[in-house]
Ligand binder design. Structure first.
Ligand code: ADP
Ligand code: MG
Length: 705
C-alpha cells in the first residue's frame, strides 16, 4: 500500500494558539504584557485580553472554527465544555458579526449546579465560574461538531472555592516553585527564577473491536466486564509485550499520533503492553498542568480515533479479570527555568549535596504523607488493579536503586558519603555489537514510587483517572519538606556541615520508606507492616486521608486546598464510589436477568429435549446430557440466588444517605454480592454452547482485534 508522507514538523502544533502564533499575531506590547503576566502571575487587564481574544478568534476562524468553549475539569475526573458560537445578534441588514471579547476569553459562567461539588455549592447558588488558564494553550479541535476553539480554564464557585482539578494543581505548582527557589538559594543559586514540576505520563489502554464491544452491556455501561471465563490462552506466553503491532492497531496508532501532534501533544512512544489487546502511549514530559491537560486530550483522542477505526478504546483500569489491568505512570521531576533538573544526581551523587538534600526531602515527604499519595491514586476502577501482581501494592515505598541505596548506607553508617557506584561497560560478548555503558542502577517494576535516573515515577495511578491529584499531592508534600529544610538551614553558619547533618537526620528518620526488593511479594507486605507503613487496601479506606488534621494543615499552609475544599472532595469521592458500584450492580442485574438466565434456560431446554428424544427413539445412553443438565441447572439456581442477594443489597444501599457509611456498605455488601454472582456465571460460560451464550467471550474480545 502506498503510504502518505507525514511531515511531523509541519503539522506539529498546527491547531494550537501557541507561543509562536502569539508572537506572530499579537501586537508586540500585548505579547510582552502577556509574557509578563505569565512570568509573574497576576491578572491580565481587560484591554490586553480584548486584543488577545480578537486575535485568537481571527486565528481560530481561519482554522474553520465557528464556536468556542471554556474547557474545564470538574471533579468527575473527565472534562466538561459548553459551546458558544462566535456570532452576534443579527444587524438590521440581517448579517451577523463574529465576535469574541476579552471578557468572554477570561471568564465563563456555566450553570454549575449539575457538577459534583460535595456541598461546596448549594443548588440555589448554582453560579460557577470558569477562568482562562493562559499557561495552557488554547487550541482548535476538529470533529463531527465542526471546529471549536477550546480554551483551557479553571472552574470555581461563586465564593472562589475550587470545583475542579486544575485550580489546586496550579496552586500546588506555585507552592513548589516558591519552596524550591528558597532551597536553591541555600546553595547560592540566585539565577533561577522559576522551578516547574515536569510531568511525563505513560498511558495504558485496551483496544477491542467495536462491534463486539457493543454486544457487551457491561463494557458499555461500566467500562469493565462484570463476567467472563478465561480463554485457553491469557498473557502467560509474554508474547504480546513489545510484540509486533498488528496492522489494524498500527493504523489506529498512526492516526492518534497525527491528531495529537496537530494539537501540540508530543506523542513519542508506543508499544504493545503485557496483556493481549493492551497498548501504551507516552508523550514527552512537559509542565505539570500542560501535561495533565494533554493527558485529558490524549484520552479523548484515543476514544475518538478508535471509533473511526471500528474499534473501542477501553481506559478502565481492569476491563478483564485475569489479565493485566491498565495504569498510568506519572513521571515527575523539578526543573528550573535555566534548565537544571533538581533530581539529576550527576556523575558523583555522593558529592552533590543539593541533590542529596532534595532526595532526603522527597523521602521524608513520601513517608510522612504515604496515605495521601495512596489516596491520590484511588478511583473505583483502580481498586481492581492495585496489589494484583500487575500493579504496585497498596503500600507506598520508594525504590532508589543500587547506586543511591549504597550512598544512603554510607550516610547512615558514617554520616558522610565518600564514593558513588559507577555504571560499567556492558559487554554483550558479540564482537559486532558495540559495548556501551550501562546505567549505575537497574529498574524495579514492582515499586509504586521509583527513582528512574533523574525523575521519580509514581506507578499507582489508574489509567482512566486524571493525573491532577497525584501531582497536587506530590508538589505539595515536597514543598512542605523543602520548606522545613529551609527553615532549618536558612540561618546556618556552617552550611555544608549543617546540610550534611540535616540530610543524615532525614534519611535516618525516614529510611523505612525505602524498599528495593520485590513489591509484589507477600514477604514485603509483612515487612512493611513491621516497619509501620500504612497498607490502605481499598479506596473507601483511603478517602479519609484527605481530611486528617495532618492533611488539612499541609494543604492550608501552602494554599492548595482549604478545609472546606478537602471536605467537599471527601464527600464527592464517597458518593462517586457508591454511585459507580451501584451502576455496576444494576448492570449486572440487567444482564443476568435478561441475557444470562434466559440463555441458560434455553440451553437446559435443548438438553432436556435431547434426553427425551434419545430415550423415545432408541433408549441409548443419555448420561452426558443428564450430567450437563444437572450441572447447569444447579449453577442456574446459584445464579438466581446470587441475583436475589445482589438485588437486596442494592435496595438497601439506595436507601442510605450518601457518605462514608454508604460507601462502606457498597464495598462490603454490594461489591461482595457482585463478585459472588460472577462465580457461577463464569462456570456456566464454560459449559453452555457458545452459540447460545449471549455475548462475546474474553477470547473473542482480546485475541480477535
Ligand atoms: P519508561 O519508564 O517506560 O522507561 P521513559 O523513561 O522513556 O519510559 O519515560 C517515560 C516518561 O517519562 C516519558 O513521558 C518521558 O518523557 C518522561 N520523562 C523523562 N524524563 C523526565 C523528567 N526528567 N521528568 C519528568 N518526566 C520525564
Ligand atoms: Mg514507566
Amino acid at each position: 500500500m502506498e503510504q502518505e508522507i507525514i511531515n511531523v514538523s509541519e503539522i506539529f502544533g498546527e491547531y494550537v494558539f501557541n507561543d509562536s502564533v502569539m508572537q506572530q499575531r499579537l501586537p508586540k506590547k500585548v505579547y510582552q504584557k502577556l509574557q509578563e503576566t505569565l512570568a509573574e502571575g497576576g491578572e491580565l487587564d481587560l484591554e490586553t485580553a480584548d486584543v488577545i481574544a480578537h486575535e485568537m478568534k481571527e486565528w481560530a476562524i481561519e482554522k474553520g472554527a465557528t464556536h468556542f468553549t471554556h474547557w474545564f475539569q470538574p471533579l468527575t475526573g473527565v472534562t466538561a465544555e459548553k459551546h458558544d458560537s462566535f456570532i452576534t445578534a443579527p444587524k438590521s441588514s440581517g448579517k451577523v458579526l463574529m465576535s469574541f471579547s476579552g471578557k468572554e476569553l477570561i471568564k465563563g459562567e456555566p450553570d454549575a449546579s449539575s457538577f459534583p461539588s460535595g456541598g461546596l455549592r448549594a443548588t440555589f447558588e448554582a453560579r460557577g465560574y470558569t477562568a482562562w488558564d493562559p499557561t495552557s494553550n488554547a487550541f482548535v479541535r476538529k470533529d463531527a461538531a465542526g471546529a471549536t476553539l477550546i480554551i483551557p480554564t479553571a472552574f470555581c464557585s461563586y465564593t472562589g472555592e475550587a470545583l475542579d482539578k486544575k485550580t489546586p494543581l496550579l496552586r500546588s505548582m506555585e507552592a513548589i516553585n516558591k519552596e524550591s527557589l528558597r532551597l536553591l538559594k541555600l546553595f547560592g543559586n540566585e539565577s533561577s527564577k522559576k522551578v516547574t514540576p515536569s510531568v511525563g505520563i505513560e498511558q495504558e489502554y485496551f483496544l477491542i473491536d467495536r462491534e463486539k464491544y457493543l454486544q457487551r452491556k457491561d463494557l458499555v455501561y461500566t467500562g469493565r466486564t462484570l463476567m467472563g471465563a478465561m480463554p485457553p490462552k491469557g498473557q502467560e506466553m509474554d508474547d504480546h509485550y513489545f510484540g509486533a503491532i498488528r496492522e489494524r492497531v498500527a493504523a489506529f496508532m498512526k492516526d492518534v499520533n497525527v491528531e495529537l501532534w496537530k494539537l501540540g501533544v508530543s506523542a513519542k512512544t508506543q508499544h504493545n503492553e503485557v496483556a493481549p489487546a493492551q497498548h501504551e502511549l507516552a508523550p514527552i514530559y512537559e509542565e505539570a498542568n500542560v501535561a495533565v491537560d494533554h493527558n485529558q486530550i490524549t484520552m479523548e483522542m484515543l476514544k475518538k480515533v478508535a471509533y473511526r477505526h471500528g474499534l473501542q478504546c477501553l481506559l478502565h483500569e481492569k476491563p478483564f479479570n485475569g489479565v493485566n489491568g491498565s495504569g498510568k505512570h506519572d513521571n515527575w521531576s523539578l526543573v528550573t527555568d535555566d534548565g537544571c533538573n533538581l533530581l539529576e544526581p550527576g556523575k558523583t551523587p555522593h558529592e552533590n549535596t543539593q541533590f542529596l538534600l532534595v532526595l532526603a526531602c522527597i523521602l521524608a515527604a513520601v513517608d510522612d504523607h504515604a496515605d495521601l499519595l495512596r489516596e491520590s491514586a484511588s478511583d473505583v476502577g483502580n481498586e481492581y488493579r492495585l496489589g494484583g501482581n500487575e500493579a504496585p501494592p497498596c503500600v507506598i515505598s520508594v525504590y532508589l536503586g543500587e547506586q543511591l541505596e549504597e550512598i544512603i548506607e554510607q550516610l547512615l553508617e558514617t554520616g558522610e558519603a565518600t564514593h558513588s557506584l559507577k555504571g560499567h561497560h556492558l559487554n554483550t560478548g558479540v564482537a559486532n555489537l558495540p559495548n556501551f555503558r550501562k546505567d549505575a542502577t537497574d529498574r524495579n517494576r514492582t515499586s509504586p514510587f521509583a527513582f528512574t535516573g533523574n525523575k521519580f515515577e509514581f506507578r499507582m495511578v489508574g489509567s482512566q483517572d486524571s493525573v491532577s491529584s497525584p501531582n497536587v499531592v506530590l508538589n505539595t508534600i515536597v514543598a512542605e519538606a523543602f520548606s522545613n529544610a529551609c527553615d532549618a538551614l536558612e540561618g546556618s553558619k556552617d552550611f555544608e556541615a549543617d546540610a550534611q547533618k540535616y540530610i543524615c537526620e532525614l534519611i535516618s528518620k525516614h529510611q523505612r520508606i525505602i524498599f528495593n526488593g520485590n513489591g509484589y511479594s507477600k514477604e514485603w507486605e509483612e515487612e512493611a507492616a513491621k516497619r509501620g507503613l500504612p497498607n490502605i487496601t481499598n479506596m473507601v479506606d483511603a478517602i479519609e486521608s484527605l481530611t486528617t488534621d495532618k492533611a488539612i494543615k499541609l494543604f492550608e499552609k501552602f494554599g492548595v486546598y482549604t478545609k472546606a475544599e478537602l471536605l467537599s472532595r471527601e464527600e464527592v469521592e464517597y458518593e462517586a464510589y457508591a454511585k459507580e458500584m451501584n451502576v455496576e450492580a444494576k448492570t449486572m442485574i440487567d444482564i443476568v436477568s435478561k441475557q444470562i438466565i434466559p440463555a441458560v434456560i434455553n440451553y437446559t431446554s435443548v438438553l432436556a429435549n435431547s434426553i427425551n428424544a434419545v430415550k423415545a427413539a432408541c433408549g441409548a445412553d443419555v448420561s452426558v446430557q443428564t450430567e450437563l443438565l444437572c450441572e447447569s441447572s444447579d449453577l442456574l439456581a446459584d445464579v438466581q440466588a446470587g441475583l436475589s442477594a445482589l438485588k437486596m443489597a442494592v435496595e438497601e444501599g439506595k436507601k442510605m444517605e450518601p457518605g462514608k457509611a454508604q460507601a462502606v456498605f457498597y464495598r462490603d455488601s454490594v461489591k461482595k454480592a457482585l463478585d459472588d454472582l460472577r462465580i457461577p456465571i463464569d462456570k456456566l460460560e464454560m459449559i453452555v454452547d457458545k452459540e447460545l451464550w449471549p455475548m462475546p467471550s474474553y477470547g473473542d474480545l482480546i485475541f480477535e482485534v
